[in-house]
Design a protein around this ligand. Structure first.
Ligand SMILES: [Zn+2]
Length: 454
């Protein structure tokens, strides 16, 4: 399984300056490739015969000119890697995986991809030191906060160095040796469908995700402790104050930069706190549960803005946008999606299945008799069935409903369960479909390149 590690690193002022220059050069190449592509496409559309396309390549030497003398100070590998990133992004676009690569700025383009010609990793006791630059022309060395026991013994072939207002980060990905079989979930499903209802009930751990209680299983619930909640609330207050301050300050001034750094550090602390909570929660669930079932929440659709409303005369009416904005913030605040991502890979490592069911009316259904009505849910936390009088906590009731639905689906029609792996397969099928359409585009480009070479 492809795993990644991202940690803070601490370059000194000299190395930080050099790295910033490299980042700037890499971004210049990336943006120049975007501009070139745009120009060539417009040219081809205007002056070339139909179905003639602009070439896509990794060349970058044309940008080294008298107008850009600073590019000579940057190692060519950094610029080559930047052109390669652009090329890969463009091929992904042609395959239908992403949008066309667009220009980057200092916010989303503050990184470099460093391949192993330009870095060496060395350990001084338990401290990791990364040396940058070639052996002939070293750029300097920096300390990285890595844990020796968790770093793979084979050094990575390439690393990413990112910069933001909170500091520097160094990351890389590696294959951890855990094999994931695509058919595992189907095999688990086949085995589960042979079991009896009582056995299934003991095996399945249902999970209900919500705003008031982030995670509720059939037995326990997981939530941030009071200390953490206080910290989050306090930091939000500080953040608002700093943002107001930032708006008043002159852009580019030293004070403006300082406030930006303070905001970035506050946000980083929040992210760390939430990540820690999700890692602990998912670890506890993955190590105890045998089969996990949860709702297939579409958070992107759930947090859409409400549409504007007009009456017959064209007068604008209230559409509840402010209330919806508050709900959206609450939904996205903790990052329920992170829970799904973390739990998926932890379960996959332990070879345990994870399934998803439709979330339709799970909070209004009675787990005891199956009666569905919106009035069943009296308040956010209280549930009382209008038909049989079953009383329970609303989130706990929803968790039981999820288990009941999963059992029904496994015993009666096992094929209807949505496995995470199946979702991935479906997405891939969609990509392949767009690939066949766009393969003509690629073929036309190849012809053009061949002609160019000849
Ligand atoms: Zn009932």
């Amino acid at each position: 399984m492809l795993t990644g590690i991202s940690q803070k690193c601490f370059p000194g002022p000299v190395l930080a300056n050099t790295l910033s220059q490299w980042i700037g050069c890499a971004r210049l190449i990336y943006n120049a490739k975007c501009d070139e592509d745009r120009y060539l496409r417009a040219f081809a559309q205007k002056y070339l015969p139909v179905q003639t396309y602009a070439p896509i390549d990794k060349q970058y030497s044309q940008y080294k000119s008298e107008l850009t003398p600073w590019l000579k100070d940057c190692p060519s590998q950094i610029m080559r890697n930047s052109a390669t990133i652009w090329y890969k992004a463009y091929i992904d676009f042609l395959k239908g995986k992403s949008a066309r690569p667009h220009r980057k700025n200092k916010v989303n383009g503050n990184y470099i991809w460093v391949t192993n010609e330009l870095f060496r990793i060395r350990w001084e006791g338990s401290t990791c030191v990364v040396e940058l630059g070639t052996i002939k022309n070293p750029a300097g060395s920096m300390r990285v906060k890595w844990n020796k026991s968790r770093i793979p013994k084979i050094p990575p072939k390439s690393i990413w160095i990112k910069k933001n207002h909170a500091g520097w980060k160094l990351s890389f990905s590696y294959e951890d040796g855990n094999l994931i079989n695509q058919d595992d979930n189907d095999q688990h499903l086949k085995h589960l469908s042979t079991l009896s209802a009582d056995e299934l009930e003991g095996l399945i751990t249902p999970i209900d995700r919500g705003i008031a209680k982030p995670i509720q299983t059939d037995q326990t619930s997981f939530d941030l402790d009071i200390k953490a909640k206080c910290r989050l609330a306090y930091r939000e207050k500080c953040l608002k104050r700093f943002q107001r301050k930032l708006a008043r300050q002159n852009k580019g001034s030293n004070q403006h930069k300082k406030t930006q750094q303070k905001i970035a550090k506050l946000k980083e602390k929040d992210t760390n706190l939430k990540n820690d909570f999700w890692h602990k929660t998912t670890h506890a669930i993955a190590s105890n549960a045998k089969v996990v079932v949860m709702e297939d929440l579409k958070l992107k659709n759930m947090t859409l803005r409400p549409k504007p409303r007009q009456d017959v005369n064209g007068k604008w009416l209230k559409n509840g946008a402010k209330a919806k904005a508050g709900l959206n913030k609450a939904l996205l605040h903790l990052g329920l999606n992170k829970f799904e991502v973390y739990l998926s890979y932890k379960m996959a490592k332990l070879n345990k299945p994870i399934f998803k069911i439709s979330p339709y009316q799970t909070s209004q259904e009675c787990a005891h008799c199956g009666y569905i009505h919106p009035d069943n849910r009296k308040t956010q936390s209280d549930f009382e069935c209008l038909s049989c009088g079953h009383v329970d906590n609303a989130d706990h009731n929803a968790a039981l409903v999820i288990r009941k639905r999963a059992m029904d689906l496994i015993l009666n029609s096992g094929t209807e369960l949505v496995g995470t792996q199946k979702n991935v397969l479906r997405l891939r099928a969609n990509h392949n479909r767009s690939k066949t359409v766009k393969s003509q585009y690629l073929a036309a480009n190849d012809d053009l390149l061949k002609k160019k070479v000849a």
